[in-house]
Design a protein. Structure first.
Length: 142
């Protein structure tokens, strides 16, 4: 009886799906390792001290990361590689608040406040990274 209960428990645990398993359902983009601390006291990140502002970080991610200040306590971070392309020369998006737009000839445009495609919600949304404010540091991870 113990063996049957242990077998059932083991099978139940294997069938559970972690929410993080769904983070990379996009076949075009990988999940690069992101570990980034942005010190809001530094001039290059000063814009993040103000709600509705953004900063683009080109040193991490696939094509870079955009960080958006929602309300000084909540921040969003998105990958700047178009989620509906295999990364290539034109898949890096350009930012003009509140949108990120692919430079390829397909007019893919995303709302950086939600990560969703502006015209077609059935397409992949922007790839999300965790962002949290701890004191004067905005920590970006995945």
């Amino acid at each position: 009886m113990k063996k049957a209960a242990l077998l059932f428990l083991f099978c139940a645990l294997l069938s559970c799906k972690n929410d993080d398993d769904n983070l990379n359902d996009n076949p075009y983009l990988t999940q690069p390792l992101i570990s980034l601390d942005l010190n809001l006291n530094l001039p290059q990140y000063d814009a993040l001290n103000f709600p509705s502002s953004t900063v683009v970080i080109t040193s991490q991610g696939i094509r870079g990361i955009i960080v958006y200040n929602v309300n000084n306590s909540q921040y969003l971070a998105w990958e700047l590689s178009d989620p509906n392309h295999i990364p290539n020369d034109c898949s890096a998006m350009e930012v003009e608040f509140p949108f990120a737009e692919c430079t390829c000839d397909d007019d893919n445009r995303y709302d950086i406040t939600t990560g969703q495609h502006v015209d077609n919600p059935d397409l992949y949304p922007m790839q999300f990274y965790r962002a949290e404010r701890v004191g004067n540091i905005v920590r970006i991870t995945n």
